[in-house]
Ligand binder design. Structure first.
Ligand code: NAD
Ligand code: GLY
Length: 386
C-alpha cells in the first residue's frame, strides 16, 4: 500500500505545529522529527510503556537513530492509575539522569496516558523542553495529542494538575491501531461521536457511515484493505481538523468564553461522564463509554428544556448505538451521580456549566442554575435505567 501523509496545521496562540496522518509512516519518524524539531540531531527521550514500546519502539528508535538522533527510553507502568505524581517524578528524574538539555526532545509514544504524562514532564523540566508525540490509540490520535493539554491525576481528581504545552509535532500512523484492543478503539470512537455532536452533521454522519461499513468488531483484520485504510485516514483527518480548529481559536480554554467555538464545547458529555467514572471508582467504564452516556444525558436534558429537537436527539442516539451497546448502568444510583457533580462544581466555579445541544453542531453552554434538578434526574433515569 502506498505510503503518503496528509498534514494539518494547528495555529495555537503560542506557536504553530503540524499533525501528520498516514498509514505505515512510523518508519519515517526520524525524518518527521528532524522537520518538526529545530535540532537536526541531539537526544530524544522516548516516554512510553512496555506494551506499546514492545510493539513499536524498535521501529521508532531505528528511524530516529538513522536520522542522527541519540535515543533513550523511559517506560512507565500501563494504566490510568499510573498517570500520577509518582510516574511524573520518575520521568523527570530520568530526564535529569540522562543529562537532557533544553534543546533535546521528549517524544511520547503511546495513548493519552503516556501523552499527558510525557507532555507534563516536558513542560516543566528545565522550565520546558521540546515535546513531540506519536499517539497510538484512536482516542489519543483524534483528541489527546492535539491541543497541548497535559496532566496527571491527583487525590482531588482526574487531570487536576497539568499545563498547556503545545507539541512541536504530532505523527499519526493509523496502522498502529491494528494492535489496539476493540474496547479501547470503541472508547475512542465515542469521543469522535462527541466531536460530531458539537462539530456538525457532516462529522457525525461520517463517523456513522464508517462504523456501519467497518464495525469495530474485526477491525484489526482489515488493514490490508485499501478502502478501509483510506476511509480510516479520512475519519482521523476530519476529526483532527475539527479539534485543531477549536483549539486554535481558544488555546487555553478561556474561562470567560461561552460561545459555540469555545474550547469548553469539547467537554460535551463530560459532566455526567466524569461522575459515572468517579462513582464506579474509574474501574467499570472506559472514559469514552462514560462520555457516551454523558452525551445521551446532555441531549435528553436539552430536549426536555426544549432547545433540542427530537430528530437531532434520535440521530445522536442512533450513531451511539451504531458503535455498540454500552455497559449496563442500571445499578448506578442517579442521586449518587448528581451528588458527585458538586465536587466538580466547587473546583470550577460556584455554578457548574453544562454543554448542551441546540442541534447537531450547535453546542450551548448553560449554567446548572438554569436546569431544574428534576430534569437532570429524569434525563439520567431515562438514559441509564432504561
Ligand atoms: P491509554 O493511554 O490508557 O491507552 C489504552 C490502552 O491501550 C493502554 O493499555 C495502552 O498501553 C494500550 N495501547 C496504546 N496504544 C496501543 C496500540 N497501538 N496497540 C495496543 N495497545 C495499545 O488510553 P487512551 O484512551 O489513549 O487515553 C486516555 C487518557 O487520555 C486519559 O488519561 C485522558 O484523561 C487523556 N485525554 C487527554 C486529552 C488531552 O487533551 N490531553 C484528551 C482526551 C483524553
Ligand atoms: N479533550 C478536551 C480538550 O482538549 O480540550
Amino acid at each position: 500500500m502506498e505510503k503518503h501523509a496528509s498534514r494539518i496545521a494547528v495555529n495555537s496562540g503560542s506557536h504553530q505545529y503540524t499533525v501528520e496522518i498516514g498509514h505505515g509512516i512510523l518508519e519515517s519518524a526520524g525524518a518527521w522529527l528532524s522537520n518538526s524539531h529545530s535540532q537536526k540531531d541531539g537526544s530524544v527521550s522516548i516516554i512510553s510503556n512496555k506494551k506499546v514500546f514492545d510493539l513499536y519502539g524498535a521501529t521508532v528508535e531505528q528511524s530516529l537513530t538513522a536520522a542522527g538522533f541519540k535515543t533513550s527510553k523511559f517506560l512507565m507502568e500501563d494504566g490510568e492509575e499510573y498517570k500520577n505524581f509518582e510516574s511524573f517524578l520518575q520521568a523527570l528524574e530520568f530526564l535529569g539522569e540522562k543529562g537532557t538539555r533544553r534543546t533535546d526532545a521528549v517524544l511520547a509514544l503511546g495513548g493519552g496516558v503516556v501523552g499527558d504524562l510525557a507532555g507534563f514532564a516536558a513542560s516543566v523540566y528545565l522550565r520546558g523542553v521540546p515535546f513531540l508525540s506519536i499517539p497510538t490509540t484512536f482516542l489519543s490520535m483524534i483528541d489527546a495529542s492535539v491541543g497541548g493539554k497535559t496532566a496527571v491525576n491527583t487525590s482531588f481528581g482526574k487531570n487536576t494538575v497539568g499545563t498547556f504545552h503545545q507539541p512541536k509535532g504530532v505523527l499519526i500512523d493509523v496502522k498502529t491501531l491494528a494492535t489496539l484492543d476493540e474496547r479501547e478503539l470503541l472508547a475512542g470512537f465515542f469521543e469522535a461521536i462527541k466531536h460530531g455532536a458539537v462539530g456538525g452533521p457532516g462529522i457525525l454522519t461520517s463517523i456513522e457511515g464508517f462504523l456501519s461499513d467497518f464495525p469495530v468488531n474485526g477491525f484489526s483484520g482489515r488493514f490490508n484493505n485499501s478502502e478501509f485504510v483510506g476511509r480510516l485516514e479520512k475519519v482521523v483527518f476530519e476529526q483532527v481538523a475539527f479539534k485543531a480548529e477549536i483549539v486554535s481559536g481558544d488555546e487555553k480554554e478561556d474561562t470567560s468564553r461561552n460561545d459555540a467555538k469555545s474550547r469548553k464545547i469539547l467537554n460535551f458529555g463530560h459532566t455526567v461522564g466524569h461522575s459515572l467514572e468517579k462513582v464506579t471508582n474509574y474501574r467499570y467504564f472506559k472514559h469514552g463509554e462514560a462520555v457516551a452516556y454523558g452525551m445521551l444525558a446532555a441531549a435528553e436534558i436539552s430536549k426536555r428544556l426544549d432547545i433540542l429537537d427530537k430528530n437531532s436527539l434520535n440521530l445522536l442516539k442512533r450513531v451511539v448505538s451504531t458503535a455498540r451497546t454500552l455497559p449496563d448502568a442500571r445499578s448506578i444510583e442517579i442521586q449518587e451521580i448528581i451528588n458527585s457533580f458538586s465536587s466538580d462544581k466547587k473546583l470550577l466555579s460556584e455554578e457548574l456549566q453544562w454543554v448542551l445541544l441546540g442541534g447537531i453542531g450547535k453546542p450551548k453552554i448553560v449554567s446548572s442554575l438554569e436546569i431544574p434538578e428534576p430534569i437532570i434526574f429524569e434525563s439520567l433515569q431515562d438514559v441509564l435505567h432504561r
